[in-house]
Ligand binder design. Structure first.
Ligand SMILES: Cc1cc2nc3c(=O)[nH]c(=O)nc-3n(C[C@H](O)[C@H](O)[C@H](O)COP(=O)(O)OP(=O)(O)OC[C@H]3O[C@@H](n4cnc5c(N)ncnc54)[C@H](O)[C@@H]3O)c2cc1C
Length: 204
């Protein structure tokens, strides 16, 4: 035991900073909790390994709603003439909506980070891992905290069923550079199918 402690002391970096509250994950849950805690005057930091805002902002609610709205426009256009609008539909460019959606998300990433700063929450960028003595390591630096929140979210799960290899997760959907002609149907993709189908109905 004493030997292990000596060994760890040699291997692990010393604690560089102490916080009252350390939040792992800069998504909806982590950011909300960190900002609220900071309002009470405690010393808070959030660690994020990817993009500020987490799933909701980057590959969830926000881009989903943009795609849903795009499909709504496509759907409504079909009825424009009945309402007296003289609009000629000449085509649809998936690349345009993808770029404006991605640009919008980048602006949100920056806004989320700025708001953390305004709330006096320190931001740490990198993958957080626990050390054997209950601290957190990020980019080789060791941090200690009285309280640690694990708000690291989840990952898409691809079921092991025949044909699953033909499907994509919602993360994959948002990476599509072009509009696919074939759509796999599953629970979470219901609204995405709606997005696709408006286009398919309209353009193919
Ligand atoms: C396609 C889709 C559409 C959705 N639409 C809606 C909707 O319309 N309305 C709604 O209410 N909800 C929606 N959701 C659900 C919503 O996005 C999630 O409930 C919410 O984002 C969960 O927040 P969270 O903070 O728990 O996790 P996340 O937002 O996933 O945040 C976790 C963060 O932790 C980071 N992280 C993970 N491990 C580490 C580590 N070791 N070190 C540092 N950082 C780490 C990740 O990079 C991530 O940024 C949707 C989800 C999906 C996938």
């Amino acid at each position: 035991m004493r030997f292990t402690r000596l060994l760890l002391a040699n291997v692990m970096p010393p604690v560089v900073k102490n916080f009252d509250y350390l939040v792992l994950g800069g998504g909806s849950g982590g950011i909300a909790s960190a900002r609220r805690a900071a309002e009470f005057g405690v010393k808070v930091a959030v660690v994020e390994q990817a993009r500020w805002g987490g799933t909701c902002v980057n590959v969830g609610c926000v881009p989903k709603k943009v795609m849903f709205n795009t499909a709504m426009h496509a759907e409504m256009m079909k009825h424009y003439k009945d309402y007296g609008f003289d609009v000629e539909m000449k085509g649809f460019d998936w690349g345009v909506v993808k770029k404006s959606r991605d640009d919008y998300i980048k602006r949100l990433n920056a806004i989320y980070e700025t708001n953390l700063g305004k709330s006096k929450v320190e931001t740490l960028v990198g993958k957080a891992t626990f050390t054997d003595d209950g601290c957190v390591e990020v980019n080789g630096q060791k941090y200690a905290a009285k309280h640690i929140l694990i708000a690291t979210g989840g990952h898409p799960f691809i079921p092991k069923i025949p044909g699953a290899e033909h499907g994509i997760s919602s993360d994959g959907f948002f990476e599509l550079e072009t509009l696919p002609k074939y759509v796999q149907n599953n629970h979470l993709k219901l609204s995405f199918c709606f997005s696709f189908k408006s286009y398919i109905f309209f353009f193919f």
